[in-house]
Structure formats: structure tokens, C-alpha cells
Write a protein that binds this ligand. Structure first.
Ligand code: NAP
Length: 312
């Protein structure tokens, strides 16, 4: 008998196929009335496969009384109610490390894009504006000060890449990172005051909601750029939009938003803003490695009762 695993939301096709080989998988997303299905069958499942987008809230866990393990496709676990999982003794895994370098690559890509105005220059050429005149000058990247909010796995990989551009790096997180070569700033506001580029790479969730506040955005100032590859919830998006419209910061490059996939339409008109549809980990190689990690966690759990990459 294969263990019964409930699948919450669509996953990569290759992962769906691999899960079906090893488990008796039921796609909750195909149910016309998921609540009614859970009332009738929730007690049959011991595993849940989900993603950072769909997560697992308390109500879902309550509807699955035999649930023992949740495997999340993604490193961010802000959409999983960890407290509810702990109360029920449900083990949770995520996909750390395998996505770190691709996300850091994208962060540096955004720094370069927003400063050197790559996307804006591309639009300029496509519009047929080049024969009419020169594209305006942009801002230098190398040697500029890079502030990182959250020097975790991804933040540290961003810092290493910034070294290749001779950028001095400072960071803020709740704790000072021992033996780090980078200088610590005790507040995000102090980090923003110092930085030319403020790159947000911390965890999402309630504890970091609007950590990049109106005050932080003001501290970044008219010459500063904000880059966010973390979670939309970390930035006060309304304050950011206001600051961009008023020219109180130089620009922003955003992979994540408060209400995805909805992006504030006023941003579409601003040429100093780079907008991406949450693609920081979205390469063939990294997404496959994440899929392998989800499968490895579920297989290991059902074989040995241990996860490969447990969320602490
Ligand atoms: P990680 O190694 O756990 O790093 C998280 C960092 O956030 C740590 O430095 C942590 O430091 C800091 N942090 C947590 N709470 C904080 C708070 N309240 N104030 C200040 N700093 C805080 O995680 P990771 O693997 O680098 O991933 C980071 C995040 O990137 C994920 O949680 C996810 O949301 C996001 N992500 C986005 C994409 C995308 O597609 N855009 C892809 C992958 C990941 P302290 O604990 O010392 O505070």
C-alpha cells in the first residue's frame, strides 16, 4: 500500500509524475468543492505536498487529522502555519540551499537592471526611439554600497557576488552573523541610510511584515534603489509606490509583491521600476533540484520517519 499524499495546488509536471510513482496522490486542486472533499476524505491522508504559493493553513491541518508530514516546494515557509503544525506534531520540510545561487544571481541581475536601466533601454530600442536620440545616462553599479536585509543563505550568496563588483557590503538581521566579513547595522533604517542599493533577502511572514517601512524607504533616499527578492509582505508597498511616484527614491526592482499576481498598476508607467513575476528560483536546473528535494523528503519520511531538510 502506497502512503496517501494530498497535493495542494499544482506542482511541476515532473514532480507530479514522480510523486505518483511512489505515493497514492490525490490532487485537491481538481476538487470542485475542496472543503466537502476534505470533510469526507481528509482523514485518509498522512502526507501533504504543497508549495510556497499554496502553503498549509490551520484549517487544512484540522481537516487532515492523520497528517504527519508536509513537504513544501520552496524555501519560504511563510504560508505554512508552523504553530499549527507543531501543535499536531506534523513534520515540515522545505527546499533550502538548492535555490540559493539562482535567487542570488537574479538579485544581482535586478541591481544591474535597475541601475543601468537594461529593461528601460530595451523598451527604448523596441519603441523605435533610438534613431530619434540617445538613451539617458544611468547609474554606476561597481563600487556602490550594497545593504542586505537578512544575511542568510541567499543574502550571503548575494554578498559574495557583490564582491565581484567591488561593492562594500553591510547587512541587518536580528542577530549579528559570527565571523562575517561584512559590517552589521543594528537597524534596517541605519542600513538604508548607508546603502546605495538595499536588497531584501530575509524571510517573509508576520515577523518581517513591513520591515521595509516608510521610514526605511525615506532613509534610502532620492539616490537609493530598493531590490526585493524576498517576499512582498516585507515591504510597505503603498509607501514604496508613493516614494517612487514622488521621486523620493531612485528606483526599485521587484520580484515579489504584496498581492501576487496583482501589481499596483501605477508602477507600469514608471520607467525606473523593474517588475518580475516571482521568478527568482525559476530556472530548469533549480526547479528540478527543488522537485528532487520535495520527493526525497517525502520518501525519507515514509521510509525512515526522518526528513532530509526539516524546517527547524
Ligand atoms: P535563511 O537562510 O533562513 O535566511 C533568512 C534571513 O532572514 C536570515 O538572515 C535571518 O536572520 C533573516 N531574518 C529573519 N527574520 C528576520 C527579522 N524579523 N528581521 C530581520 N531579519 C530577519 O533563508 P534563505 O534560504 O536565505 O531564504 C530567504 C527568503 O528568500 C525565504 O524565506 C523566501 O521568502 C525568499 N525566497 C524568495 C524566492 C523568490 O522566488 N523570490 C526564492 C527563494 C527564497 P536572523 O534570524 O538572524 O534575523
Amino acid at each position: 500500500m502506497k502512503p496517501r499524499v494530498l497535493q495542494h495546488g499544482r506542482l511541476m509536471a515532473s514532480l507530479e509524475r514522480a510523486l505518483a510513482e511512489h505515493f497514492d496522490v490525490h490532487p485537491l486542486w481538481q476538487e470542485a468543492d475542496p472543503k466537502a472533499f476534505l470533510r469526507a476524505h481528509g482523514g485518509e491522508f498522512t502526507g501533504l505536498a504543497t508549495s510556497a504559493r499554496f502553503g498549509a493553513d490551520r484549517a487544512l491541518m484540522e481537516a487532515m487529522p492523520r497528517l504527519a508530514v508536509i513537504a513544501n516546494f520552496g524555501v519560504g515557509i511563510d504560508t505554512i502555519d508552523l504553530e499549527a503544525a507543531r501543535e499536531r506534531g506534523v513534520a515540515v520540510s522545505n527546499t533550502p540551499d538548492v535555490l540559493t545561487d539562482c535567487v542570488a544571481d537574479l538579485a544581482l541581475g535586478l541591481v544591474i537592471d535597475v541601475a543601468r536601466r537594461l529593461s528601460a533601454a530595451d523598451r527604448f530600442v523596441r519603441r523605435g526611439d533610438w534613431p530619434k536620440g540617445q538613451f539617458p545616462l544611468a547609474t554606476r553599479v561597481w563600487g556602490k554600497k550594497l545593504g542586505i536585509v537578512g544575511l542568510g543563505r541567499i543574502g550571503a550568496a548575494i554578498a559574495r557576488r557583490a564582491g565581484g563588483f567591488d561593492m562594500p557590503v553591510r547587512y541587518h538581521s536580528r542577530r549579528l552573523v559570527e565571523n562575517s566579513p561584512y559590517e552589521y547595522e543594528a537597524s534596517v533604517t541605519a542600513l538604508a541610510s548607508w546603502a546605495d542599493f538595499l536588497v531584501v533577502a530575509c524571510a517573509g511572514g508576520a515577523a518581517t511584515r513591513h520591515l521595509v517601512s516608510r521610514e526605511v524607504i525615506e532613509a534610502l533616499g532620492a539616490g537609493g534603489y530598493l531590490v526585493n527578492i524576498s517576499r512582498g509582505s516585507v515591504v510597505d508597498e503603498a509607501a514604496l509606490v508613493e516614494a517612487l511616484q514622488a521621486g523620493r527614491i531612485a528606483g526599485a526592482a521587484l520580484d515579489v509583491f504584496e498581492d501576487e499576481p496583482n501589481v499596483p498598476p501605477v508602477l507600469f508607467a514608471l520607467d525606473n521600476v523593474v517588475l518580475l513575476p516571482h521568478i527568482a528560483s525559476a530556472t530548469h536546473e533549480t526547479r528540478q533540484a527543488m522537485a528532487d528535494c520535495v520527493l526525497a523528503n517525502l520518501r525519507s519520511w515514509f521510509d525512515s520517519g526522518r526528513l532530509v531538510t526539516p524546517v527547524p
